[in-house]
Write a protein that binds this ligand. Structure first.
Ligand code: NDP
Length: 511
């Protein structure tokens, strides 16, 4: 995959019709005569220790059996750190510590006292934002400009937001008394590790719960750094416990009898297993699972703006986003022009070193994920879709994949049905709004969707009929802590963010 010239260097490929050179006033196949200078973010702002333990009851400890695993940098395949691998006995200890902390301390603190801790954490997150952004980029492979400008600011924003609710639960749920649920078992994925942690820990703590959190095995470092921040904020021991470990540890945590609430973000397959293990208990459960969002573009849309939105919708975070706009539905009259503009734009995306501030598309998070993307892309070709990839040279090492566009896609193709979780866009067309709705809703998922049109009435009508938890209009991938996020159907249930996200961590009683 790595032998051709690099589009990111703007040495353009000869490309198909509508070659990128054209928009720069150059002839077909002519290279842009300049190159971006490398602009690497300083790596040494973050000190990564050789080894990390679990964090239980405010202390860093080895796993009960001494087990460890190696955490890699996906952009270089080099080890970043060795991390303790929790065992069931460790999870037992963490749940006991969380229970003690909830009963004896955290659950009894007045809301305004809990708020002080959360505000303190938010402030430290902001103060350490550059360090956290670099750490997150090293561990996930995502471009530094995304971790710096999106992930970490949103992480802090969630703590500010929920800190504000901690002493106002009576106003959040008027006429009711909001009680904490107890101990929350939280399992997060690798695509937005610290942000998913914030979505789960901030509302849980604001409402008086304590947590045991299992990060993904490929991205444990920011959760462990967060535990340091909790110590720096003097958070009482046991309120936040971090237990890195394999999927079985997630399963053990979700099924644990000492856990009152389970919150999971990840694949639909694992979500199903967790739902089965929680069924029949009185545990509360929220599941935020996969997606196959339709980004729908009408002929009256502002096309250049829409193309930017489409690119952001699918190539942001290498497409490893549950709400990625991975199916593009284009009105038939503008298919050719949209595809030309997209190809043109794709060729300017810079793929490579995630720590370079000019990089648009970084590394895929793991070899397994890269293999999954490759397999699904091969299936697209085998099933008859037409593949387009800009000719960019990928780094020699690391898990990289070219931004990919499929045309000639049928709804039955796997690339139109399955979550790829990679930088791969499948283009389909439609003639009427009804057909767009039918195709958009023709998926087992229901997490998000996008609409591009200048007609406000059409936006409202489409949004009403789209079976998706979040619908963006003339924009995409906009997040805010005040806004609930979650899905329908196989995309899960329950909402995170906003008051809905707080509701998921309280039991409401009559006054
Ligand atoms: P998983 O659902 O396996 O991983 C998400 C989290 O769940 C990780 O912390 C993982 O731990 C943990 N986990 C794994 N198995 C279990 C289990 N049986 N019980 C409880 N927790 C478990 O996703 P993958 O990493 O395997 O990715 C596969 C696909 O899932 C992706 O290609 C993508 O399509 C989808 N996905 C969707 C996400 C979303 O945001 N909706 C996020 C991540 C993936 P560990 O890392 O140790 O395996």
């Amino acid at each position: 995959m790595s032998s051709e010239p690099r589009a990111g260097s703007l040495a353009r490929p000869t490309g198909p019709a509508g070659s990128p050179g054209a928009s720069w006033g150059l002839g077909e196949g002519q290279a842009i005569p300049w190159e971006y200078a490398p602009s690497p973010e300083a790596r040494d702002i973050v000190a990564i220790r050789e080894r990390y333990g679990l964090v239980i009851d405010g202390r860093e400890v080895a796993a009960a059996d001494g087990g460890e695993f190696v955490d890699l940098n996906p952009a270089t395949e080099e080890p970043l750190a060795v991390v303790a691998r929790a065992t069931p006995a460790d999870v037992d200890r963490a749940v006991r510590a969380a229970r003690r902390a909830q009963r004896r301390r955290w659950g009894n603190l007045p809301g305004k006292e809990r708020a002080k801790y959360l505000f303190r954490i938010a402030r430290i997150l902001q103060e350490r934002s550059r360090e956290l952004a670099v750490l997150e980029t090293l561990d996930t492979g995502k471009p530094i400009k995304e971790s710096r400008d999106v992930d970490i600011p949103l992480v802090a924003a969630h703590f500010w937001y929920y800190a504000g609710w901690a002493d106002k639960l009576d106003y959040a749920f008027p006429g009711r008394v909001a009680r904490p649920l107890g101990v929350a078992g939280q399992i997060i994925p690798w695509n937005f590790p610290l942000l998913m942690l914030a979505w789960k820990i901030a509302p849980a703590l604001a409402a008086g719960n304590t947590v045991v959190l299992k990060p993904a095995s490929t991205t444990p470092l920011s959760a462990l750094r967060f535990a340091e921040i909790c110590r720096e904020a003097d958070l009482p021991p046991g309120v936040v416990n971090i237990v890195p470990g394999p999927g079985e540890i997630g399963a053990y945590l979700a099924a644990h009898r000492g856990v009152d609430k389970v919150a999971f973000t990840g694949s639909t397959a694992v979500g199903r297993q967790i739902a089965a293990s929680v069924a029949g208990t009185d545990k509360a459960l929220t599941l935020e699972l996969g997606g196959k969002a339709a980004n729908i573009i009408f002929e009256d849309a502002a096309l250049d703006q829409a193309v930017e939105g489409i690119v952001n919708g699918i190539y942001f975070n290498q497409g490893e986003v549950c709400c990625a706009g991975s199916r593009l539905l284009v009105q038939e009259s503008i298919v050719d022009v949209v595809i030309d503009k997209l190809k043109d734009r794709l060729a300017t995306l810079r793929v490579g070193d995630p720590l370079d501030k000019n990089t648009d598309v970084g590394a895929i998070n793991s070899r397994a994920q890269l293999e999954k993307i490759e397999e699904l892309v091969a299936s697209g070709v085998a099933e008859g879709a037409e593949l387009y990839q800009p000719a960019c040279q990928l780094p020699e090492r690391g898990y990289f994949f070219r931004p990919t566009l499929f045309t000639n896609v049928a709804q039955s193709h796997r690339i139109a049905r399955e979550e790829i979780f990679g930088p791969v866009l499948s283009v389909l067309s439609f003639r009427t709004p009804d057909e767009a709705i039918e195709k958009a809703n023709n998926t087992e998922y229901g997490l998000s969707a996008g609409i591009w049109t200048e007609k406000g009435s059409r936006i409202l009508e489409m949004a009403r009929r789209l079976r998706a938890g979040v619908v963006w209009a003339n924009t995409y991938n906009k997040f805010d802590p005040t806004s609930p996020f979650g899905g329908y159907k196989e995309s899960g249930f329950g909402r995170e963010g906003g008051l809905h996200g707080l509701l998921a961590y309280v039991r409401l009683e009559d006054r």
